[in-house]
Design a protein around this ligand. Structure first.
Ligand SMILES: [Mg+2]
Length: 397
């Protein structure tokens, strides 16, 4: 068996780079947004909302992702504010994934601007796989005008840690024999999936660097942090089951399906059923303090044929309405009019730390929806499942 080789490809400041590349394509004489302080802002007109992405010059002035726009403008008063353009992002994401599929036997999209490519055994085709990563990175830049970082290692965890080293437009390796030199000196919060609360617990135990974590006793960690402590210790030692990145949520059962008592051909009715499925999935996610970034819908018809489709969200969410809106879009693109026997909504790419991905939905609207969900959850926990219903359900009565 050849040693596994995994690439993790990550677009540098994706939303900003994609916008910059688009503007330069439209007008080659225009200013490159990446070279001046600029911010992709949730709601630039009202100056509410948060920073979704920022250029390196803006970052140098202290602007950070997810901070309120008003606070970013205090640090960086001359920053250009640019409204998000989701269609542009979706299009660039698609181009990137297609490009990767030309070369990689397996492409596992992780978010809108990130993917893992399993390159194991492809040396025969492409030669040295470190050299080839440089070629791939440059080819992406030449084809679409945006830069990526590529991290290379033997598993998903280490490849992703590697792509996060110095940016932009870089290739880094983090092979197991480089862990001590390249990964151990980093602060423990830089370790993948170590969220703020885990980091705080680790600091209380006197663990500050990844090396501290890797060399501490796994028994001590599990006694303070349970399963999470064990996983963190394994990650600090470069040990990781790649299915953590892909199958976690399905294993945890954040999906719900229902077999219909009568075959259904009415899309409006099907969507009401979808809403109730999304309610259940959303409530379970919120109960476990998890957020997901992939939604899929399965429709089984009366001939027992089943059709599924999934999509990645721009950000992690546990909001029923956001899961439902996505599920409806998937349903619309799947449904062929044949009688429905079973509907299923499932989610994946769950994480308990929404901070490591920028939170695009973290707008005022998102906050309102989060509050609505928690109010509904509370009423239901006190008075039972049927004590409160969404307006869509009530209209029918
Ligand atoms: Mg990125």
């Amino acid at each position: 068996m050849p040693e596994p080789v995994i690439y993790h490809i990550d677009v540098n400041s994706a939303f900003l780079s994609w916008e910059a590349a688009f503007r330069l394509r439209m007008d080659p004489s225009s200013e490159d947004l990446r070279k001046v302080p600029s911010i992709i802002a949730g709601d630039p007109k009202s100056r509410h909302g948060i920073v979704l992405a920022s250029s390196i010059p803006a970052k140098k002035m202290g602007v950070v992702t997810a901070e309120p726009i008003a606070s970013a403008l205090k640090k960086c008063p001359d920053a250009l504010l640019i409204a998000p353009n989701y269609h542009l992002y979706a299009e660039n994401s698609r181009l990137l994934m297609e490009h990767l599929r030309k070369y990689a036997p397996t492409v596992d999209q992780f978010s809108i601007d990130e993917a893992f490519c399993d390159m194991t055994g492809t040396e025969l085709l492409y030669g040295n796989l470190i050299d080839f990563a440089y070629k791939l990175k440059n080819e992406i830049y030449q084809s679409y005008g945006f830069t990526v970082n590529i991290g290379i290692s033997t598993n998903y965890l280490l490849a992703k840690m590697a792509s996060d080293f110095e940016k932009p437009n870089k290739v880094h390796t983090l092979f197991p024999d480089e862990i001590q030199e390249k990964m151990w000196p980093l602060p423990v919060e830089n370790l993948l999936f170590v969220g703020k609360s885990t980091a705080a617990s680790l600091h209380r135990l006197g663990i500050h660097t990844i090396k501290d974590l890797a060399t501490s006793s796994p028994q001590l960690l599990s006694s303070h942090l349970k399963k999470q402590g064990q996983t963190a210790w394994q990650y600090a030692n470069g040990i990781c089951d790649d299915t953590h990145f892909t199958r976690e949520a399905t294993n945890k059962g954040y999906s719900h399906s229902t077999t219909l008592s009568k075959d259904c051909t009415d899309p409006a009715l099907a969507k009401e059923i979808l809403l109730s499925l999304c309610e259940t999935v959303g409530a379970r996610l919120r109960e476990d303090k998890m957020k997901i970034s992939v939604v899929s819908v399965t429709i089984k018809n009366t001939d027992f044929e089943s059709h599924s489709k999934q999509t990645s969200l721009y950000s992690h969410t546990d909001v029923t309405d956001e899961i439902y809106t996505t599920a409806c879009k998937l349903f619309d693109s799947l449904y062929d009019g044949s009688p429905i026997r079973l509907l299923c909504v499932s989610t994946s790419k769950a994480t308990d730390d929404s901070n490591y991905q920028y939170d695009l939905f973290h707008s005022e609207q998102h906050e309102k929806l989060e509050k609505l969900d928690s109010a509904i959850d509370e009423v239901r926990s006190k008075f039972g499942q049927d004590s409160i219903q969404r307006a869509t359900f009530l209209k029918k009565k």
